[in-house]
Structures are given as structure tokens and as C-alpha cells.
Design a protein around this ligand. Structure first.
Ligand code: C2E
Ligand code: CA
Ligand code: CA
Length: 936
């Protein structure tokens, strides 16, 4: 129902109620008025009846004479009767319709009773009126007295009934009025409630939503349903809100799409690798991107608004203007030819490549210039060219190939290997064609898998070339991966290492071979020996180690020179190679020491004939520079497993055996026997003890007199060293001097001897004896120490001995071992005034040059010649020649080891100047020599 209708209905209802209320009120009031008239009439009945009664009584009381009064009285009675009649009539005729039925019936009954009583009463009254007799009146008065009361009561009862009825009606009326009033109130409340529920509340909420909508929030809906105008309004509002929201969403979506599109365009523009400049047709820059900022060095806010002309170098601006206007006439996408110079903000020029395209922006036409910084490209191009030129120039073979080894690139060095293949044909070739079969296998099995997994492989393999053959190379294999981490191709850089390989082989050869003889060196020897032992162990065989030492090689070397010595060693090497089995290892361990491994022997004795033959072969004369030399060897043999189970022991025992052969007189071989070890250990013990000999004051000097051959006067003495060993007793120098020489102890000992001898000579001198010179023996080892001069000087200063009384005895070998340095030292010593003596002369090989080289003051003929000169003509000749030679060089000749007078005579006969030997005196201590001299 519409709100209007509802309002009309409510108004109608209200009007009905209101008119009912008014009607009832009005009716009540009218009824009450008429009723009060009625009650009045009923009351009048009482009054009239009473008046009648009263008047009747009054009339009765009157004298007949008082007729006027009576008439008046009667008349009054008559009027009262009429009045009573009319009132009764009014009451009886009253409708009483609005009274309750019971009241009405009762009233009617009361009225009927009153009417009945009235008829009697009136009759009685009328009697009064008619024949006016004295008696009647009094009778009537009595009647009235008697009945008036009843009539009165009846009238009163009626009046009361009427009043009561009227009250009841009035009360009912009031109830109706109240009910109507209450209904009106109720209606009002209902009306207010409905008005609130269906009007105020939804309208208020609507107003709230309208305010929200006003603020742009269209998401709210009012949940109100009614078929009235408010309901329609709400529905319309909801619908309009929904639609507005929908429209808004649509709008937002479109805006978002537009925004995204713009961002996309922006980001495309900004992320473009090329610079982008958008300008108007007249060249005004409207937009640039980041790359353009970078290229031209302008922040965009600086560049936007400027003319593109400012980016053109001044010298090109005119041409640019022409180009620009020509372009505008027929604008279409095109690239400006080549690289173009542009000006940066800092004034520097930058090379760029530009492509132009027109674009329609709304009604305006714009130009888009895509600018590419060519600096990088030019640099890359230059780099590429450089790289290519390196690739072209490098002798390293550089190749690129796919994972299945199809060649992609091969540099000229590589192409030279694949002769006849041009750079264009490379793609038809495989990397395999560059490799030897074995290297290809290595490539497939190791190099490529490793490079593909680790990125890199490097190693050595061999390239194959039709013309050169195998080329050893150091190959660096690199796996290149694309962006997705998938291998795409490999590159190989191969460096020719032939030279290095050769060098390495040479190094290996050097490291394992003796350079002089080409034989194995100690390292290789020991390695081979180890293998031989291992083999022998497995096959239950034996291995012999032969240690070979040339006899007197030092002497040859010293006297004939190193060149001859080297030739000799080479010849020995050749003979070893020639006279031994091929698989036997021959080695030079150092100096004149050689060693041989004789493997696969069944018995130790098997080695003996081989060693004997070898000795024989080596003993054969050798011709060197026109001279014939015979070299003997001392050989020691040890056999695995009997003489040792490892290389060290076997070598040591062979060395021991060799040493034994030397001790036994050289030019022989010895098989190792455990007893030899004892000798070795004794030697070691001696060396050990010798270290303490000086400190323990165990060394002594003995002196052997030297006499003048003619006068037989003692002209001097030779100091000879003795060792008072705590356990071995008195020890001869032959037994410990070599050990002292080998262990360098000789330096210290030699110094002691020098000082001691000088002091002693000085002592003799001081005690008045004339002992002449004192001769001191000097070892080769001492001559290698430049400090020898100082040692000699110190001994002289310490003792105060005159230098010319000191003689130093040197053997040929000792002097020639280090010719240059020895020469220098000896010059210095001679410069001090000390005399030099060539000791054991004649035993060496180059005695002549020895004498020529050094200005010796004295030459001592070796005692071997003296011993045999009487029996051996050769020796006698040597003695004679030596003396003559000594004299020729202005030196004194001394014969030593003179044991017999015949020898002394012979020497004297040959012109020998001085003599020394047991014949004149054995070496003796200083005290004894003093006695000896005094006795003479
Ligand atoms: P040498 O220099 O040839 O000394 C001469 C040796 O001949 C001495 O042997 C001496 O006792 C021995 N002798 C002398 N007259 C005769 C003789 O008539 N008949 C025989 N058969 N022998 C004779 P010694 O003392 O045993 O010395 C041996 C070698 O030891 C010396 O040979 C010398 O080379 C070396 N020597 C001795 N003392 C020293 C020293 O203080 N320093 C150095 N470096 N070597 C020394
Ligand atoms: Ca000597
Ligand atoms: Ca000597």
C-alpha cells in the first residue's frame, strides 16, 4: 500500500473515531438535557401531586363563605391536575429508547402504576371540584392525606429510577467515549510506530548511505523492503548505488589498464637498450629515455625542451637541418646512414647510429629517434679485430667446436695442420681430424666430459698433421655455456710443446744419466737396482752389483788434464757398454766410480767371469791424443740376496769390496765377504778417533834427517806425523793420513804439524844446534784452501823461524789437482821465502810439465826408483834424468828411501845433492834427532 493510501486510511480512521467521539458526546449531552427535562417533569409530578393534596386540604379547610378563596383553590387544583396530567403525559410519552431495556421496562411499569394511581387520584380530585359540599371536602382531604403519600412515593421512585437509568446510560456513554479516545491514542501510537519504521528509519539510513556515496563509497546497500514509496526509494537508491559502483569499478579497471599500458610503454621505453628521443616536428625534444640520458650525458629534465640540433656537432648542423626538413616532407621509418657524430653535454663527441620513425600522437606528429651508442660496437668490433689478429698470428692452434666435435672455427695455425682446408670449409670438418687416434680417445673419455662438467680441462695430448706427424701440445679445453647454462660449444687452445717435450726428455736424460759418458747416473742406477731386486725376488734369481773404481785416475786427471781425464772416462763408459749385456745397467756414480748391475743371475759365481772379462776389457791400452794409456780398475762385487736385500746395502757392500780390492793392491776384483765390513768399521773408528787426537794430544812429530850427499852433514829433517793411538798403539801415517784427507781433518792436523815443526826447528836453532831446514808434507786437500798461506805465515811468526828454513813437500798429484788455485797459493808461499819441494817425483804422469809449471826449489826422487835403480836400468835412467832435470830447473835433487850405501853411492854418482833414508837415520822424535845431530 502506498504511503498516501496509508495516510488516507489513517486519517479516515481518525476522522471516524473523532466523529464517533463527537457524536457520542453530543448525543450524551442532548440526551442528558432531555433526560433532565424528563426528570424535571417527573419531579413536577411530585410537586403537582403534593400541590393537589395540599390544595385539597386547603380547600377543605375553607369556609364556604370563602368561596373566592375556594374557587381560587379549586382552580389551582384544576391547573395542578392538568399540569400533573401533562407532565405524566410527557413522562409516559418519553421514548426512553436510549435507556437500557431493563430500565426502560421498569420505568414503563412505574409509569403504568403511576398512571393507574393518578386516575384514582384525579377522580378523587375531581370529586373535590364538583358538588361542593361540606362533607365531601373533608372526606377528600382525608383521601388525599391517605393517598398523596403513595403517589408521591411513586413519583419519587420514578424520578430516582430515571436518574439512575440516566446515570447508567451516562456511564455507558463515558465508557464509549473513553474507548474512542483510547482507540485514537492507539491509532496515534501505531501511526507513529509505522511512521518511524517505514519512514524515519529507512530515510535516516538512506541519508547515511547517501552521505557515504557522496564520499565515493558506493558499496553499501540498504536492506529494506517495502511496497511503499520509501521501499521504492531504497530500492532505487540501492540500484543506483550498485550501478554507480559497477560503473566506478569499470572506470577503475579501465584506468588500471590504461595505467598498466602506460607503465608498460614507459618501462619498454626506459629499458630499451637504445636511446630514444621523441621530438616534435620542429625538433623540440619532448621525451627521452634513460639510455639517451646516458649517451648524451644530460639529465632528462635538462634535455626535454631543447632542440635536437643541440645534440648535433656545429659543423653538421646545417646538413642536419636539410636532412630534417627533407625527412619531414616524406616522413617514414628509416635509418640514417652509418655512424653519426653527436655532441654530449660535456662537449665530447660520441658515435651513434640513428633510426628515425614518425609517430602520430593525437593530432600531432612526432618523430622518434632511436639512438644507438656505437662506441661500444666500434670498440667491440676493434676488440674483435684485435682478437682475430691475435688468433691469426698465434702459433697456438685455436679451435671451436660443437659438443659432437663439429668444427665451428679454426685459426690459421690450425688450418695449416689441416692442409688444403680453407676457412670457409672448416664447418665441414671435425675436430677429430686434428687429433691422433690415442688423443681422440683421451679427448672423448676424459677431456670433454671433464670440461663439460667443470668448465675446463687442460692436459697434454697430440695433434696430428699430415705434413709434420704427431705434435705434442698442451691443450686447454674450455666449455662455453649459453645463458640457460646449456653447453653450446667448446674451444680448444693447443700450444705446441715439442720443444718443451724435447727439453723435458733432455732434462730427464740429464737427471737420470751421466752427461759425460751417457751412462745411467746414481739416481737411475738405484732405481734400476730396485727394479732388478724386485724382479729377482719374484723370479728367485740373483743380482750382482759391481762397483768399479779406476786406479790412480786422479793422478791421470791431475797430470794429464781434465780433457784427457774426461776422454778416458768416456772410453771406460764405451767399454762398459760394449762388454756387458744390453740389459745390464751401467752407471757412472761420480768421479772415476762406475757401477754395473748384472741381473738375472742364477748363482753368485755367474758374476765372476763377467767381472773378469770386464776387468780385462778395461785394462786394454787406450789411445788418447796420440798417447797410450793403460788403466787398471779395482772392482768390488756384492750379490743379492746374499750380501744385502736393498740397494743401499748392496752398493755399500760392493763399495767395501772395491775398497778391499784397492787395499789389496788394485787392478783386481773382490767379492764381498762380511769380514770386510769389519775393516770398513775400523776405518770409521779411526776417523772418529782422529777427531779427538789433536785435543787429546795423541799426535807426535818424528823427524828424519836429510844429509848432504857429498859432505854427509845433516842439512835438515823431514817432519813425519805419528799417532799414539790409545788402543791401536803407535800408528803410521799411511794408515790415517788418507782418512784425515778424506774427512778434511787434514786441514786442522796440517796446521798443527806446520806450527809444531816450525817451533821445533826454532827450538833446535835456539839451543845452538844447526839442524838446517825442516820439511813439512802438505796434502792436496790443504792446497785447495787459500788460507794455507796464512797458516804458513802464522807458523813462521809464531815460531820466529826464518822462512828459508821451512820447506813444503808437495806431490805432483796434490799440486795438479787444482792447478790454478794451487799455483796462486804456491806463488804466495814462495813469496814469503819458503821453499817448495816436489815430493815422490817420477810416480806421476806429467812430471815434466809439473816441474815447468812450478818453480820447485827441490825435487825428491821417489823411493821406488831409488830402491830399484841398482837392479832396473829404466829406474836408474829415470833417476839420472830426474836429477838432470832438477838441475836444469835450478832445483836441488834429493834421493829418498836410501837404505844401502850402494844406493847412496849410485845417487851421489848421478849428481844427487841430498840423501834421506834409513841408511842415515830413521824418522825419530825431536829429542832423539837432537842426540843424533849432537853425536855427529
Ligand atoms: P813421504 O813424504 O814419502 O815420507 C817418506 C816416507 O819414507 C816416510 O814414511 C819414511 O819413514 C819412509 N822412509 C824414509 N827412509 C826410508 C827408507 O830407507 N826405506 C823405507 N822403506 N822407507 C823410508 P812414513 O813416515 O810412514 O810416512 C809415509 C807418508 O805419510 C809420507 O811419505 C807422507 O806422504 C805422509 N806423511 C807423513 N807425515 C805427514 C804429514 O805431517 N803430513 C802429510 N800431509 N803427510 C805426511
Ligand atoms: Ca815427504
Ligand atoms: Ca816421499
Amino acid at each position: 500500500m502506498t504511503l498516501g493510501r496509508k495516510l488516507a486510511l489513517v486519517t479516515l480512521a481518525f476522522l471516524v473515531l473523532w466523529s464517533a467521539h463527537t457524536g457520542v458526546g453530543h448525543f450524551g449531552r442532548t440526551q442528558a438535557a432531555s433526560f433532565s427535562g424528563l426528570v424535571n417533569e417527573a419531579g413536577k409530578l411530585r410537586i403537582h401531586s403534593q400541590r393537589i393534596a395540599l390544595l385539597s386540604i386547603v380547600c377543605g379547610s375553607y369556609d364556604s363563605r370563602e368561596s373566592a378563596a375556594i374557587a381560587l383553590c379549586l382552580d389551582a387544583i384544576k391547573r395542578s391536575i392538568d399540569n400533573y396530567e401533562s407532565s405524566l403525559q410527557i413522562v409516559a410519552n418519553a421514548p426512553f429508547k436510549l435507556l437500557f431495556k431493563s430500565d426502560r421496562q421498569q420505568i414503563n411499569a412505574y409509569v403504568a402504576e403511576l398512571q393507574a394511581d393518578w386516575i384514582e387520584y384525579r377522580t378523587a380530585a375531581e370529586l373535590v371540584l364538583e358538588p361542593m359540599t361540606e362533607g365531601v371536602l373533608s372526606d377528600q382531604s382525608q383521601y388525599f392525606e391517605a393517598n398523596n403519600e403513595r403517589l408521591l412515593a411513586r413519583a419519587e421512585a420514578l424520578t430516582e429510577l430515571l436518574v439512575a437509568s440516566q446515570r447508567r446510560v451516562q456511564a455507558a456513554q463515558d465508557k464509549v467515549l473513553n474507548a474512542l479516545q483510547f482507540s485514537g491514542l492507539l491509532l496515534l501510537i501505531v501511526l507513529a510506530l509505522i511512521g518511524y519504521r517505514q519512514g524515519v528509519r529507512p530515510l535516516r539510513e538512506l541519508a547515511l548511505l547517501a552521505r557515504r556515496a557522496e564520499q565515493g563509497n558506493y558499496g553499501w546497500r540498504l536492506d529494506y523492503q517495502a511496497s511503499d514509496e520509501v521501499g521504492e526509494l531504497v530500492e532505487a537508491f540501492n540500484k543506483s548505488n550498485l550501478r554507480t559502483q559497477h560503473l566506478l569499478d569499470q572506470l577503475r579497471e579501465e584506468a588500471e589498464i590504461a595505467r598498466c599500458a602506460e607503465i608498460e610503454t614507459d618501462s619498454i621505453l626506459e629499458s630499451a637498450a637504445d636511446g630514444i628521443i621523441i621530438s616534435t616536428n620542429d625538433g623540440c625534444i619532448v621525451r627521452i629515455n634513460r639510455e639517451a640520458e646516458r649517451i648524451f650525458g644530460y639529465p632528462r629534465e635538462d634535455l626535454v625542451g631543447r632542440s635536437v640540433n643541440e645534440l648535433v656537432p656545429v659543423r653538421h648542423r646545417k646538413a642536419h637541418g636539410t636532412y630534417h626538413s627533407r625527412y619531414l616532407r616524406k616522413a617514414k621509418a628509416r635509418t640514417m646512414g652509418g655512424t653519426i657524430a653527436a655532441v654530449r653535454r660535456d662537449g665530447n663527441e660520441v658515435s651513434v647510429e640513428i633510426s628515425l620513425s614518425p609517430v602520430q600522437d593525437g593530432s600531432q606528429q612526432r618523430m622518434i629517434a632511436v639512438v644507438r651508442d656505437a662506441t661500444q660496437r666500434l670498440k667491440i668490433e676493434a676488440d674483435r679485430q684485435r682478437l682475430l689478429s691475435i688468433m691469426d698470428a698465434t702459433p697456438d692452434v685455436t679451435a671451436m667446436f660443437t659438443v659432437d666435435r663439429k668444427l665451428i672455427y679454426l685459426n690459421p695455425a690450425g688450418l695449416r695442420l689441416l692442409r688444403g682446408v680453407s676457412i670457409e670449409e672448416v664447418a665441414n670438418q671435425r675436430f677429430d681430424d686434428l687429433l691422433t687416434a690415442e688423443s681422440l680417445r683421451l679427448m672423448c673419455e676424459q677431456a670433454m666430459p671433464k670440461a663439460l662438467s667443470d668448465g675446463l680441462w687442460s692436459g697434454e695430448l697430440k695433434l696430428w698433421s699430415e705434413s709434420v706427424g704427431e705434435i705434442p701440445v698442451l691443450l686447454l679445453l674450455i666449455a662455453h655455456t649459453n645463458d640457460k647454462g646449456k653447453e653450446r660449444h667448446l674451444s680448444a687452445i693447443a700450444r705446441n710443446i715439442s720443444e718443451r717435450k724435447r727439453f723435458e726428455a733432455e732434462l730427464l736424460q740429464r737427471a737420470t744419466h751421466d752427461q759425460l759418458t751417457g751412462l745411467a747416473n746414481r739416481v737411475l742406477f738405484e732405481d734400476r737396482l730396485k727394479q732388478a731386486i724386485y724382479q729377482a725376488q719374484r723370479n728367485d734369481l740373483m743380482v750382482a752389483v759391481v762397483f768399479i773404481d779406476l786406479d790412480n785416475f786422479k793422478l791421470i786427471n791431475d797430470t794429464m788434464g781434465h780433457a784427457i781425464g774426461d776422454m778416458l772416462l768416456r772410453e771406460i763408459g764405451r767399454r762398459l757398454e760394449a762388454h756387458l749385456r744390453k740389459h745390464d745397467t751401467k752407471a757412472r756414480l761420480g768421479g772415476d766410480e762406475f757401477a754395473v748391475i748384472l741381473d738375472r743371475l742364477s748363482r753368485p759365481e755367474d758374476a765372476i767371469p763377467i767381472v773378469q772379462n770386464l776387468g780385462e776389457a778395461l785394462r786394454q791400452p787406450i789411445r788418447l791424443r796420440g798417447r797410450e794409456l793403460t788403466v787398471t780398475t779395482s772392482m768390488g762385487v756384492s750379490v743379492y740376496p746374499a750380501d744385502g736385500s736393498n740397494t743401499e746395502t748392496l752398493l755399500m757392500h760392493a763399495d767395501t769390496a772395491m775398497y778391499q780390492a784397492k787395499s789389496a793392491g788394485r787392478n783386481r776384483h773382490c767379492l764381498f765377504v762380511p769380514a770386510m765390513n769389519l775393516q770398513v768399521s775400523e776405518r770409521l773408528n779411526i776417523e772418529n778417533d782422529l777427531r779427538h787426537a789433536l785435543a787429546h794430544d795423541e799426535l807426535r812429530l818424528h823427524y828424519q834427517p836429510v844429509i848432504d850427499a857429498k859432505t854427509k852433514v845433516v842439512v835438515g829433517s823431514e817432519a813425519l806425523l805419528r799417532w799414539q793411538h790409545p788402543r791401536h798403539g803407535f800408528m803410521q801415517p799411511d794408515r790415517f793420513i788418507p782418512i784425515a784427507e778424506e774427512s778434511d781433518l787434514i786441514i786442522e792436523i796440517g796446521q798443527w804439524v806446520l806450527e809444531q815443526a816450525c817451533l821445533q826447528a826454532r827450538k833446535w836453532q835456539d839451543s845452538g844446534l844447526m839442524p838446517g831446514f825442516v820439511a813439512v808434507n802438505v796434502s792436496a786437500r790443504q792446497l785447495r784452501e787459500p788460507a794455507l798461506t796464512q797458516t804458513v805465515q802464522k807458523a813462521l811468526e809464531l815460531s820466529g823461524l826464518a822462512p828459508y828454513l821451512l820447506e813444503l813437500e808437495l806431490t805432483e798429484g796434490s799440486v795438479l789437482q787444482g792447478t790454478v788455485i794451487a799455483r796462486q797459493i804456491l806463488d804466495e808461499i814462495q813469496g814469503l821465502g819458503v821453499r817448495l819441494v816436489a815430493d815422490d817425483f817420477g810416480t806421476g804422469y806429467s812430471s815434466l810439465s809439473f816441474l815447468k809449471l812450478f818453480r820447485f826449489d827441490k825435487v825428491k826422487i821417489d823411493r821406488e826408483f831409488v830402491r830399484d835403480m841398482l837392479t832396473d836400468k829404466g829406474d836408474a835412467a829415470i833417476v839420472r834424468a830426474t836429477i838432470a832435470m832438477a838441475h836444469a830447473f835450478g832445483a836441488t835433487a834429493v834421493g829418498e828411501g836410501v837404505e844401502t850405501a850402494a844406493q847412496a853411492d849410485a845417487l851421489r854418482h848421478c849428481g844427487c845433492d841430498q840423501l834421506q833414508g834409513y841408511l842415515f837415520g830413521k824418522p825419530m822424535d825431536a829429542f832423539r834427532l837432537q842426540e843424533f845431530m849432537q853425536s855427529r
